[in-house]
Design a protein around this ligand. Sequence first.
Ligand code: GKR
Length: 420
Amino acid sequence: MSELISAVRVTPVAFRDLPLLNSVGVHEPFALRTIVEIVTGSGLYGLGETYGDEPHLRRIERAGTALIGTDIFDLHEIRRRVAVSLDHDDQAGGHGMAGMVTTSSTTDRVLSPFEVAALDLQGKIVGRPVSDLLGGAVRDRVSFTGYLFYKWAAHPGHDEDGWGAALDPGGIVRQATKMIHEYGFSSLKLKGGVFPPDQEVAAIQALRQAFPHTPLRLDPNAVWTVPTSIKVGLQLDGVLEYLEDPAAGIPEMAAVAREVPMPLATDMCVVAFDHLKPAVRQQAVGVVLADHHFWGGLRRSQSLAAICDTFGLGLSMHSNSHLGISLAAMVHLAAATPNLDYTCDTHWPWKDPEDDVIVPGAIGFENGAVKVPVKPGLGVELDRDALARLHQQYLDSGIRNRDDTGYMRRVNPDWKAPRW
Ligand code: GKR
């Protein structure tokens, strides 16, 4: 059966976000995403979601135009046309992950929402959930991690938000308690790289004391030197299930990996297929965090999973601020990936529940997990009123690119990116 793409609609949206701190600054009051709709001649639509930054948005629009007339079952042709639309410019930035995921493939990032939308459509046509198109769900629920952040009590000039401040071990334990109470997560990750390493080690130790049996992770986004990373790794022996991206670069991670007892995980030094060979050769990482938004969609993330399996690498999942279409795609991928060895990251708790573009009720958390949708396709539908509202929010916000550093410096002009 062939179903040709007759239109592609691309809508930038903004949703409310909280002042979460990281190594490059602080989250702005709104996070950006781009919603992609692929429409076929028969009037069906498929959904994808990706970064909302301006250069990326322009590439998505260009690629969308290039896809008109393509068969939604021909994923190879979709990728070829995306690459041509980008002039094979494979290392361009402008996707809102600067300072973090910088060297992923532009083609794969642009391809991702189109591939997801094509799979959503394929599922709708054959009457099966996307997880079936990926080989079938091996689990009916996907477990997620409680993703903790140091944070201010509120955006400057606003009233304190519902989460309050978390700027020391006590604040992090309070945040974890609330997150576990509200979402039921059974593992925790702390976004570090904000305070000197000893303070972050103290926060992890406080979490261990408060939650003796909960797997813990720490991720300083590669702002530590190799000696600092080794020191922290030794201090947290027996406490962390993995240490994520302590140092920047494959050789540096390999130097740390040789000295610390726990596996090193990454979503920074292995973010594209050509990083896998040197990483495996140098035994730099034990766990790769897949993310279909930069690995080129769900099928290519499954190829990554197969490579990890072949080389004995563990597999986990990275997240960035996201809406419900991304959550659905993450859940289908995780459900159909047998060697997903760890709970997945998600920024979901940080989003205002009112701010989404999908019809409410299709997907949600229970006991730290999301039930895999069983309806055809992704199992989520677009709420057009909500899409219009979040698009208006985008227009009104004036934000066109994620700029954690610029926002931090507007509040604290002397702020410098840390390095310990
Ligand atoms: O939301 O500030 C954030 C995170 O730091 C995010 O941008 C990272 O990409 O969550 C991510 C990570 O695991 O590095």
